[in-house]
Design a protein around this ligand. Structure first.
Ligand code: SOE
Length: 386
């Protein structure tokens, strides 16, 4: 197989990130399957036509169902809001199309499980968009954990902090409506942290959480595009039906303890996505705003040089780095999506499921829902119970 024809649904933030990944991939990763940017799909004809021309897709359509009838489409990429993930995934898989779906996989755990069952029954490939796994520095952390270089893991501590809601007049965007987004900071930001925890440390056994919606009503936007609106032209307000911040504690199967914080109210933090892992033989610290670096500490370093050192994950020894620039020439946010799509294309080349796939999406949704239940019941929830 030399190429895969893509039909992509959604053209905003993630649509641009995915389009860029498909476009750049063949230039830097010529030895894998080539994604062909066939058709981009969206509800608003004028906007999707503009996206088609700007992002470089062959065609556009406003009818996603028409993509499923076409023999020349192999893969459906879903980056429209979360409320449509399930319907499109199920229809696509039943039509024999492979599915790449943005996170969080679904609005509920039951929906996510149904999506997983359908892609499995249909025998198609499935991938979920947890792009932060693909930062080479994160992959280095994973390698150090897997090699036992950090010893027995005691702590996983993660925080994803944004501040775009601090202004109480920021409009009621779709991300603030439960029926469309599923949840707020929890499913949007916390989902990434949960996936990183699964990837780096392993499965969790129980969780307890708390959350808050600091601003309960916001102006209804006259016109809103993604996160880009800065104010509202209307005096009318609507209810915010998702969490603004969610924090939780977790126990892992391997005995480690976890703490997680996701918020859109951390003034000054535009996109601080960080974790720290402490083990019996060392620690690592990752901060997405310095995504090329991993802070590393080993207990068996000589006494007189004990301390964290900064490793720049841009050498040929680091994941994906060989395909980019000479050592020290850094990469950015968009590269996480390119690496993600390289994994997807490699899965076609090697005829296997890509990772992370819908199993990982369901596992993440299970933790999201367990935390929600614990908040509602004000008690610890055992993950395997739900
Ligand atoms: C918006 O809050 C957002 O774009 C998320 O939806 C992404 O998944 C995260 O990577 C950055 O923040």
């Amino acid at each position: 197989m030399k190429s895969i024809n893509v039909g992509m649904i959604g053209y905003k933030f993630m649509g641009k990130a995915h389009s860029h990944a498909y476009k750049d991939l063949p230039l830097f990763f010529p030895n894998t399957v080539k994604p062909v940017m066939k058709v981009i799909c969206g509800r608003n004809e004028q906007d999707v036509a503009q996206a088609q021309a700007q992002f470089g897709w062959d065609e556009y359509t406003t009818d996603w169902k028409s993509l499923l009838q076409r023999d020349d489409i192999d893969l459906i990429d879903i980056n429209a809001p979360s409320d449509v993930h399930k319907e499109i995934t199920i229809a696509a898989a039943k039509a024999g199309k492979h599915v790449f779906c943005e996170k969080p996989l679904a609005l509920t755990l039951a929906d996510a499980r149904e999506m997983l069952a359908t892609v499995e029954e249909s025998g198609v490939k499935h991938m979920v968009g947890f792009n932060y796994r693909f930062a080479p520095a994160v992959m280095l952390a994973k390698k150090l954990v897997d090699e036992g270089k950090l010893g027995k893991i005691h702590h996983f501590r993660a925080w994803f902090l944004q501040d775009w809601l601090v202004d109480p007049n920021f409009p009621l965007a779709w991300r603030l409506k439960k029926e469309i987004a599923g949840s707020g900071s929890h499913g949007d930001l916390g989902a990434h942290l949960i996936d990183l925890a699964h990837y780096l440390v392993g499965d969790m056994t129980e969780v307890i959480g708390m959350s808050e919606t600091f601003v309960k009503e916001r102006p209804i936007p006259a016109n809103m595009s993604g996160l880009s609106a800065t104010g509202s032209e209307s005096d009318e307000k609507g209810e915010v039906t998702v969490d603004d911040a969610t924090l939780f504690l977790a126990r892992f199967e391997n005995g480690a303890l976890g703490s997680f914080e996701a918020t859109r109210y951390a003034a000054g933090h535009r996109c601080t996505n960080s974790f720290e892992i402490n083990g019996s033989k060392g620690s690592v610290i990752f901060d997405f705003e310095r995504m090329n670096e991993l802070q590393v500490y080993f207990t068996d370093d000589r006494d007189d040089v004990q301390g964290f050192r900064r490793v720049l994950a841009t050498d040929p020894a680091h994941a994906f780095a060989d395909n980019w620039w000479p050592p020290g020439h850094t990469i950015g946010y968009e590269h996480t999506f390119i690496h993600e799509v390289v994994e997807l294309m490699n899965a076609f080349k090697e005829d296997r499921q890509p990772v992370p796939n819908f199993h990982d999406g369901v596992k993440c949704q299970q933790v999201l829902e367990a935390v929600d239940q614990s908040i509602e019941k004000r008690q610890w929830i055992t993950i395997s119970d739900i």
